[in-house]
Design a protein around this ligand. Structure first.
Ligand code: HEC
Length: 138
């Protein structure tokens, strides 16, 4: 009985450690992502993710982000996006240029984690390997 309890306690300790590690990872991603966002995305999508009427679509509570596959969003952020797009009932038809090459896969994973976990968006953590898969081969 005693050994079972000790085993259980050790198990719980391990579990807690694992949860903390991923929480730390996430807050690191969020901090780094906010930096990238402020440096690059903010010019168009604004600090609060609201975008600009008729010009830049919102990222805050975006039904487009919510309904599109994560891979599509990553592809568009990395490789650029043009053509009509409807976000929260309003149509936009602009150009988002490809992301400057100086932003690494890890930078993109961080900024997407930041966007997905801000302003009522669906959440979830991104890894650099998710981004490597969608980068266009040059
Ligand atoms: C120079 C302006 C500009 C910058 C910088 C920019 N975007 Fe965009 N973004 C746009 C435009 C314009 C569209 C709509 C393109 C279209 O009409 O097809 C868009 C569309 C989007 C969309 C899909 C539509 C939506 O609102 O859900 C996402 C997601 C997005 N951008 C994320 C980002 C992220 C993340 C960054 C920073 C890494 C970024 N953008 C940087 C201009 C920009």
């Amino acid at each position: 009985m005693k050994t079972t309890l000790v085993g259980l306690a050790a198990g719980i300790a391990l579990l807690t450690a694992a949860t903390n590690a991923s929480a730390d990872e996430k807050s690191e991603l969020m901090a780094k992502g906010q930096k990238v966002y402020t440096e690059y995305c903010k010019t168009c999508h604004q600090a609060n993710g609201q975008g600009m009427p008729n010009v830049y679509p919102p990222l805050a509570g975006s039904d487009y982000i919510k309904s599109m596959p994560r891979k599509t969003i990553a592809t568009e952020v990395v490789n650029g996006k043009t053509g009509k797009v409807k976000v929260n009932g309003k149509e936009y038809n602009g150009v988002m240029a490809p992301l400057p090459a100086k932003y690494t896969d890890a930078d993109v994973a961080a900024v997407l984690t930041y966007v997905y976990n801000s302003w009522g968006n669906p959440g979830g953590v991104w890894a650099a390997k998710d981004i490597a898969k969608v980068r266009k081969k040059k």
